[in-house]
Design a protein around this ligand. Structure first.
Ligand SMILES: [Zn+2]
Ligand SMILES: [Zn+2]
Length: 286
């Protein structure tokens, strides 16, 4: 919520193949990226959960720097209703040079981007400003078992290529289905539940996630205050993970009132054991 000596505003970078997707863009993000050794010009998409300052104050600086670094692509931004207007105002509020080419898409619910490798989905959250959460879903892939294929007399080439794409083929007068020679590797799901009260959208995002990144602003002893500001407690975040079959939980967006994370870890692990607390520059492989 507020940066502290050890903790920056929220931002997460998801690196997958050619994509570098930034979730939210807290203040000071460009310096954090430089410390982490990640070039801002590598960013391909920015997903904004909502327009409270702690989630967007880094945008002007980051996008200006990307312009100064001669960002050659078009940057895609996705955010809740109102995002286009906010961005227009933002770049009118200072002498903006070198602004990169960008396109803003306002999204509400469901699938909003898809390519051959993955999908991006949004769900509405319940917060004091229009707010959405996001899921990154890798597509399932078929891995051919080469030993099995060889036994069936199949050699590498167009036939195996077709099977890999999920097509049934004819070989020596027999029908061969993809699952006869291979096995499905389930795609990974990574979700981000930003500022919210417990709600249906948060459950949908969390459902079967390999990694769930969720806000957890306070411990549950001050739940009333947490609800008043429309946030999740640490307990809420842990229940969100456990009740929706998530595999791993990272809690973020802690109030600056907590100087240490030990109580947060212990409350979270009471309800969901595989929880860690986000730290600046943390790297996780999924
Ligand atoms: Zn926030
Ligand atoms: Zn907020």
């Amino acid at each position: 919520m507020q940066p502290t000596k050890n903790r920056n505003h929220p931002s997460f970078l998801l690196h997958y193949k050619e994509e570098n997707i930034l979730f939210d863009c807290g203040e000071n993000i460009q310096r954090q990226m430089r410390i982490a050794g990640i070039k801002p010009a590598k960013i391909t998409r920015i997903l904004i959960s909502h327009w409270h300052g702690d989630h967007v104050f880094g945008l002007a600086g980051l996008m200006s720097s990307m312009g100064a670094d001669q960002y050659a692509k078009k940057l895609y931004l996705y955010g809740p209703k109102g995002s286009k207007e906010y961005l227009n105002h933002l770049f009118k509020s200072f002498a903006a040079n070198d602004i990169i080419e960008f396109e803003v898409k306002e999204v509400e619910k469901g699938l909003f981007f898809e390519n051959e490798d993955f999908q991006l989905e949004a769900q509405p959250l319940k917060h004091s400003a229009p707010c959405i959460g996001f899921s990154f879903k890798e597509k399932d892939r078929l891995r051919i078992d080469l030993a099995k294929a060889k036994k069936m007399g199949l050699k590498e080439g167009p036939i195996l290529g077709k099977l890999q794409l999920g097509e049934t083929v004819q070989h020596l007068g027999k029908k061969i289905k993809p699952e006869d020679v291979g096995y499905v590797i389930k795609g990974k799901k990574i979700s981000y539940v930003a500022d919210t009260l417990p709600c249906e959208g948060a459950n949908k995002l969390a459902q079967d996630s390999d990694l769930l990144i969720s806000e957890g602003t306070h411990l549950s002893d001050i739940e009333e205050k947490t609800k008043k500001y429309m946030h999740l407690t640490v307990k809420d975040a842990a229940l969100l993970a456990s009740e929706n079959n998530a595999q791993k939980l990272i809690i973020t967006h802690l109030s600056p009132r907590y100087k240490s994370t030990s109580e947060i870890v212990s409350e979270a692990r009471t309800y969901f054991d595989n929880t860690i607390i986000a730290e600046d520059f943390m790297k996780i492989s999924v």
